[in-house]
Design a protein around this ligand. Structure first.
Ligand SMILES: [Zn+2]
Length: 310
């Protein structure tokens, strides 16, 4: 059984001004699935609940949690210097985004099911102590910490294929040898981190693997990095669980970046991850991050899900 974890309140997080990260992204994903009856028939649609404050504090400081809560309660509409907006519903929505991932973790461990969490706001730029880049809490980082703590897992591998570097996830796990964080991202591009020499510190040294690629990179390069670097690292690390930070903004039609992936590249990348998960008899939790051309987003999500739900 393959879960599609979603909550209608993801449509409530919106900006008062025009913004690429908006509820139309969810609507596009849902209507894309509606149009593919075979895919739809393979998905187990489950609603997500909300994460608790205790859950959030697994990966974030109390100061960050309180700061976000207080600002949103007070009606503040911008949580950082300029691109992480909020509205009155955003705190609940952000807790529900994390809650989706926790649901995916519970079902992965208890029932051996894989999940796609179609969440907003995205998470991979949110650091332990700050909201950033449209992200309020790091959905994947809280999920990974929850899996380590609640289920006493030893090792979790994350692959972040969003076109932007997952600076938040990296920062939260930079000194950990329990999380292998791997990422391919366009460079140069905001937020500017994710250089190959950022490899972790202390016990976490060599548990962060960054693969910056230049504008105009295509799927062949992504697939060769997976085949030659990332999948071998996963084999070495032997994870108990895999997370994908699944942004779809490296698509050639995405308006805010310059990488040239096509839908089929997302299928091929997913196959590598599915194969290693099957080989090791472990589960995958894929969590939506970016993706801002609505057609490219919807088609790429379908390509990704067709492989995971096979
Ligand atoms: Zn992105």
């Amino acid at each position: 059984m393959f879960n599609f974890i979603f909550n209608e309140n993801f449509l409530l997080h919106k900006s008062t001004f025009s913004h690429v990260e908006n509820p139309d992204r969810m609507t596009a994903i849902l209507s894309g699935i509606e149009k593919d009856e075979l895919l739809k028939s393979k998905l187990n649609f489950i609603p997500s609940g909300k994460a608790t404050d205790e859950n959030i504090l697994l990966a974030h400081s109390e100061a960050h949690y309180e700061n976000v809560k207080n600002k949103i309660d007070a009606g503040v509409t911008m949580l950082d210097d300029g691109d992480t907006y909020a509205c009155q519903d955003s705190f609940d929505v952000a807790l529900t985004a994390v809650g989706s991932v926790l649901k995916g973790v519970d079902d992965a461990i208890q029932n051996k099911n894989n999940s796609f969490c179609a969440v907003r706001p995205p998470g991979h730029h949110a650091e332990s102590n700050k909201a950033m880049g449209f992200c309020i809490f790091s959905n994947v980082a809280v999920g990974a910490k929850y899996a380590l703590e609640k289920y006493k897992l030893d090792r979790i591998a994350i692959f972040d294929w969003d076109v932007h570097h997952g600076n938040g996830t990296q920062e939260i796990f930079y000194d950990s040898n329990k999380i292998l964080f791997t990422s391919i991202q366009q460079h140069p591009l905001w937020p500017g981190t994710g250089m190959a020499n950022e490899r972790g510190i202390g016990k976490g040294e060599n548990y962060t693997l960054n693969f910056p690629v230049p504008p105009a990179t295509d799927g062949k390069i992504y697939l060769s990095l997976l085949r030659e670097k990332i999948i071998p690292a996963f084999h070495n690390f032997s994870p108990d669980l895999i997370f994908i930070s699944a942004g779809f903004d490296a698509h050639k039609d995405d308006p805010i970046s310059e990488i040239n992936l096509i839908e089929n590249d997302y299928s091929e990348m997913t196959k590598y991850l599915r194969d290693i998960a099957e080989h090791k008899n472990i589960q995958i939790i894929s969590v939506l991050e970016g993706g801002y051309n609505l057609d490219a987003l919807s088609n790429s999500v379908n390509s990704h899900l067709r492989v995971l739900a096979e």
